[in-house]
Design a protein around this ligand. Sequence first.
Ligand code: FAE
Length: 547
Amino acid sequence: MAGHGRQHAVDSGITRRRFLTGAGVAAGALLLPSWRTAAAAAPGNAIADGDHVPALVIGSGYGGAVAALRLTQAGIATHIVEMGQSWTAPGSDGKVFSSLLKPDGRSYWFRTRTDQPVGYFLGVDANKNIDRYAGVLDSEAFAHTRVYQGRGVGGGSLVNGGMAVTPKRAYFEEILPSVNADEMYGTYFPRANAALGVNSIDTSWFESTKWYKFARVGRDSAQAAGFGTTFVPNVYDFGYMKQEDAGTKPKSALAQEVIYGNNYGKRSLDKTYLAAAAATGRLTISPLHTVTGVAPAAGGGYTVEMTQIDTAGNTVARKTVTADRVFFAAGSVGTPKLLVAMKAQGRLPNLPDAVGAGWGNNGNVMVARANHVWDTTGADQSTIPAMGIDNWSDPNGPVFAEIAPFPAGTELWVSLYLAITKNPNRGTFTFNSGTGKVDLSWQSSWTQPSIDAAKRVFDKINSKAVTVYRSDMFGVNKVWGDDFVYHPLGGCVLGKATDGYGRLPGHPGLYVIDGSLVPGSTGVNPFVTITALAERNIEKIIKTDLA
Ligand code: FAE
């Protein structure tokens, strides 16, 4: 792994110090951060054993980044503990991240072989051997599903497709009836979209460029079968993408970069929320630190235990710190896993039984169609999706399907889709005292409602276009990519495991602020929902608990 053995600058200069609450509320607190001017978030100094912090945030994805920005803007010194690394230093190839076609150790979180979501081609395993390293994409295995998650400062924003979709209001009201939808759609969704740097593709460029032929082919076949389609906003800078196309800027979306990180063009959280939080001077981050325990501290507040590793996975240090308030933002696997273990071990004994329950996969299922020889999708494809098929209004099986690229650098006549469906099944996390690990009760058969709904769309498209499903891309003779998930949601549901704003009952000062609050489904790609809900909750918490 020559060139990838980066050690973090933060690992040097570890000193014992106390974090003090910043004086007063910063001018401009609660203003939107400007992704246009913000520099990338710098980690600052790692936390030291015995430190005390006013606010500790576990995880640096959407929920964690919103908490960090609004807390620091309110004058509160905030420390983020993040298990992945800070993706700032280039490897020996001069790039921070590796591409889809040439994955190396940087691509996966401690694996010796890639575990590609589309893992086969022509029925042959398409995975590659890699070095074991603290890479950016984790494929976390449970008994009957694998959950893909980002690892690093920025969480899922480092690896995701950037699709920034505000959910349909009627569906939002259905899944979270206790949340005031007027406030969400009037204030918090706009605030989230602005702070994330969401933008839209130039539609005339979309219609003409070779990079989106795959999306036009997918759209045309959907429309021919009677389905509606819609452009999908994104946090990838479409202006930058045009410059990539013109050859005036280094390529990223147009160079097969996405799920193992984008070297350029994407407004990931380290360039938006976290950069703005860092600019307050009140944010510090400890990358490569994994929180393993949280319990009430003798003198008030909470002790937080963590393990620091190096990029090879060796334990460097174990630390215990104290915090007045702890925000769980470890994602819809990380947060319920920690809380369920703490409850089972009697360390957070007052947590409600609903902690760990209500986990869903946002109805995710993938599928591919084989196009006719004359219906080419293009050898050159942007990795950033820009178009979706919207059949959500079908009462017998709502579907919102992203027309996904399959950027192989050669023509493959493949149309690929990630379908989001309304799947009623929900899993529960439980602590397994035999293994000391947390299990997830999700069953393979529980994806069937998603397949049934997706079939209502893609059977019709196939029938109209006289095409067939491909059965060689998710296994041998396997049509549906139904054994993995990109959109884990729930596990600590708002108003059930927490109060109406993410406070954990029975343990004042503990909050949940990530995707685990969303009850298993949001009908579209989820990060805008997660961000907006976090904005709503942190505003309330700062006003009432931290004033
Ligand atoms: P998340 O972003 O996962 O952040 C949690 C953070 O906590 C991570 O950085 C973890 O490393 C860290 N962590 C976990 N456990 C610990 C611990 N014990 N100690 C310290 N740190 C810890 O959570 N969504 C969209 O809306 N649009 C898309 O186009 C899209 N595409 C996707 C593509 C891929 C390949 C994947 C994997 C996901 C995609 N998603 C997409 C989903 C989206 O990224 C996800 O919903 C959010 O990232 C979840 O945000 P959270 O804040 O809940």
